[in-house]
Design a protein around this ligand. Structure first.
Ligand SMILES: [Zn+2]
Length: 99
C-alpha cells in the first residue's frame, strides 16, 4: 500500500529496556533473533527490563545502602522498639528539670 520503507534492510523488533536508575535503552533485534527479557544498562551497568514501571532490582552488592537499612536488617522489630523506648527515655530524662 505504498509504504515508504524500502530503505529498510530487514524488519526488526524494537525493544526499550529500563533500568532502576531510569535510563532507557533502545535496541533493535532481527525478527528471527531471540529477544532477551533483560539487558545490562550501558549507562550504569544495572540490569534493565522491558517494564518501565518495574525495572529489575539492583544486584545485592549495590554500594548505596544506608546505615539505617543495615540496622533494620540486623535487628528484629522488638529490638527496634526497645531501642526506641530507650532513646525516648533518655530524651525525657534530659528534659526533666533538675532539683
Ligand atoms: Zn542505567
Amino acid at each position: 500500500m505504498g509504504e515508504a520503507d524500502r530503505g529498510e534492510t530487514a524488519p526488526r523488533h524494537r525493544l526499550e529496556f529500563y533500568c532502576a536508575n531510569g535510563h532507557r535503552t533502545r535496541l533493535s533485534f532481527a525478527v528471527d533473533a531471540e529477544l532477551p527479557d533483560t539487558w545490562d544498562c550501558p549507562s550504569c551497568g544495572l540490569p534493565a527490563g522491558l517494564d518501565s514501571e518495574n525495572p529489575p532490582a539492583a544486584p545485592r552488592n549495590e554500594p548505596y545502602k544506608t546505615h539505617l537499612a543495615y540496622v533494620k536488617e540486623r535487628r528484629s522489630d522488638s529490638d527496634g522498639e526497645a531501642l526506641l523506648a530507650e532513646a525516648l527515655a533518655k530524651v525525657a530524662d534530659r528534659r526533666t528539670p533538675r532539683g
